[in-house]
Design a protein around this ligand. Sequence first.
Ligand code: UT7
Length: 320
Amino acid sequence: MTSRIIGTGSYMPAQIVTNDDLAKIVDTSDEWIASRTGIRNRRVVREESTSFMAAEASRRALESAGVKPEELDLILVGTSSADHCFPSAACEVQGELGAVHAAAFDISAACSGFLFALNTLQAFIQAGMYKTGLVVGVDCLSKLVDWKDRSTCVLFGDGAGAAVIRAEDTGIRHTVMKSDGAKWKVLSCVSRTNGNFINGRQPKQGYLYMDGQEVFKFAVKKVPECICEVLNESGTDIGDIRYFILHQANYRIVESVAKRLKQPMDKFPMNMEHYGNTSAATVPVLLDELNRSGKLKQGDRIVLSGFGAGLTWGATLLEW
Ligand code: UT7
């Protein structure tokens, strides 16, 4: 028994922020951002909360799967920007959907959040504990970036993607998850629990910090490695993969991974041009776009791969 994705959904805020808009607030240009990253626009919330975006994406995923909220056994949300320290975004989504029979909790794995949540749900289903689950990748990094820091604020956007998973005989074939906590400092964000009043330090919330070049080097090495691992361990020929759906951080990272894997670029769909890096949401949003545009055919073999703060990274091989 394994699990299969039976429905997808996504939600992107309506407000579009272009590279030219950003050039009005920091010393940057459309030319720099587009040529270094492939990003031209990003969506930024006006009123929407993280759990609102997650619930909207989830509704669309449930609708596409033909599954009722009451059928869900487990809801996992991969996010680094939940609206509350507690409860989890997953519990807020559960309440919003009326998924009265589900257990719900968040997975904190930054940009790998959707992948780690998907693999966790798969493990529960494989163990026979649950039959039907919902996995969400959502982030609202516009609330965590320093809008005066041109090296990070131009990269990120807000959004949510979701998938409904059900126990079936075919679907997810193999999963790989990795972490390297020794490198946590290269991509981090201080939380409000840092400091306390007793020792005289005010609790504070910091901005996102990133050593871009370190993250870049890590991604172009580790992503191909874990993709090869998931393929080798499952005995799958790389030539049989229809799509590699990678975390959408930078088109140069995607191109480098394709080159290292010796695979053609048409197997690597991208959408960071429109949405920027939406952290945990990039993989499920791209998956939903491909699904809704009819590009995924039953039996297609697909590799999903995420990477981000932690450091965390991983890959999932599945049959559509
Ligand atoms: O989802 C989390 C995972 N995150 C990532 O995958 C990000 C990985 N890293 C990257 O994508 C790239 O490292 C960046 C896009 C973040 C940066 O690209 P880069 O080619 O590594 O640029 P850089 O940091 O080496 O900066 C080059 C120059 C610097 O100026 P000097 O020192 O050469 O004069 C920066 O100050 O570009 C400057 N710069 C900018 N200029 C205009 C940095 N940000 C900007 C900007 N506009 N927004």
